[in-house]
Design a protein around this ligand. Structure first.
Ligand SMILES: Nc1ncnc2c1ncn2[C@@H]1O[C@H](COP(=O)(O)OP(=O)(O)O)[C@@H](O)[C@H]1O
Ligand SMILES: N[C@@H](CCOP(=O)(O)O)C(=O)O
Length: 321
């Protein structure tokens, strides 16, 4: 269900005329995904993914496309946006902005083990370090200002206890964002949505190999620790309770820290940022659930999952970083 705008073989061949990627061999719609139209595109030169952006505009896209290009050229396994004959990496098809990126191998692992967690942690640290030399700055558009703007819109739909929780956490996060500890946190381009369905693995369950990280369309500049917290809140939990699984958490964090050790400020900030990461997805899921966009076609994710994770992070102290 992720072909919102159909693309014919003729359209694809005409598009390919603007690239140096060879001739069309095959074109197949991708069923997964909720936001964009995606096709697997095979040419005489290789395998690619064609994306038509259904929501983001031409003006918003360069940050994401150029970030992927930057990371790919610095050896981070991410889809590499292909360059058109005119030197750009974004074009238009059926009035939608569109790009062709390299196809990564592998598939996502719904039940990751410690080896998957370690690979994901290491790759995210590599992406953070490589992102230091990226020159375009765009904040995480789903950061604190967005929570402050969105929470009042969803409050009318919440029970009294939910409203109390969300308001309290927002106040705490607002105060914490002004603290010296927060200001000292390492900051830069971050994926901001590195859930398990956004990492592809090759190999076997016991010996996985990293295929790469996909779906950069929530990326933005934020604290690197927020990115880590978003990830472990998805990768390293008992699904039904949100409780952190310590073996997976340690595997994830140790692998990350081998590439980029955590700072003292990050060690202090860790419990608060785990809550920030849970709040971020509780808010977006509440918003999508109660105030869906007109074009949104798929069933929204369950907001209660992140309410549970937030409560759990407040009730149980996280293991030290
Ligand atoms: N570069 C890529 N290489 C391999 N598979 C990809 C690539 N990009 C997307 N996919 C596949 O397409 C699916 C949908 O992509 P995704 O970016 O999650 O879509 P959406 O932005 O619409 O949510 C992914 O789950 C993955 O299977
Ligand atoms: N990971 C987010 C939703 C983002 O959607 P995606 O399919 O584009 O990754 C969530 O789980 O709420």
């Amino acid at each position: 269900m992720a072909v919102f705008t159909p693309v014919s073989e003729r359209d694809a061949q005409q598009l390919l005329n603007h690239y140096t990627l060879g001739e069309l061999v095959s074109l197949r719609g991708i069923t997964a995904g909720i936001e964009n139209t995606n096709y697997f595109l095979t040419t005489t030169q290789g395998e690619y993914v064609l994306t038509l952006f259904e929501v983001l505009s031409h003006e918003q896209l360069p940050f994401y496309i150029e970030l992927m290009h930057h990371l790919a050229t610095h050896g981070v396994p991410v889809p590499e946006p292909q360059t058109l004959r005119d030197g750009t990496r974004l074009t238009t098809l059926h009035d939608k902005p569109c790009a062709i990126v390299s196809r990564l191998s592998g598939g996502y692992e719904p039940e990751p083990g410690t080896a998957h967690c370690a690979l994901a942690g290491r790759t995210l640290a590599q992406a953070h370090l490589a992102g230091r030399s990226f020159s375009i700055a765009q904040p995480n558009l789903r950061g604190l200002p967005w929570w402050q703007e969105t929470i009042p819109k969803v409050l009318p739909f919440l029970s009294t206890s939910q409203a109390t929780l969300i308001t309290e956490v927002l106040e705490e996060q607002t105060r914490f964002a002004q603290s010296d500890t927060y200001q000292a946190l390492p900051y830069g381009p971050a994926h901001c949505d590195l859930f398990r369905d956004n990492v592809l693995f090759d190999g076997t369950f016991d010996m996985p190999r990293m295929g790469g990280i996909i779906d950069f369309y929530f990326a933005g500049c934020d604290t690197w620790l927020f990115d880590v917290a978003v990830s472990v809140n998805d990768w390293c939990i008992h699904r039904n309770t949100g409780v952190l699984q310590h073996d997976k958490l340690q595997a994830w964090l140790n692998a990350y820290a081998e590439v980029r050790p955590f700072t003292e400020a990050e060690k202090h900030a860790w419990p608060v940022l785990l809550q920030a990461a849970a709040l971020r997805f509780w808010v977006s899921r509440l918003y999508d659930f109660y105030l869906p966009r007109p074009a949104q076609t798929l069933k929204p994710h369950d907001p209660r999952h992140f309410e549970l994770i937030l409560q759990e992070r407040r009730n149980t102290p996280a293991p030290a970083l």
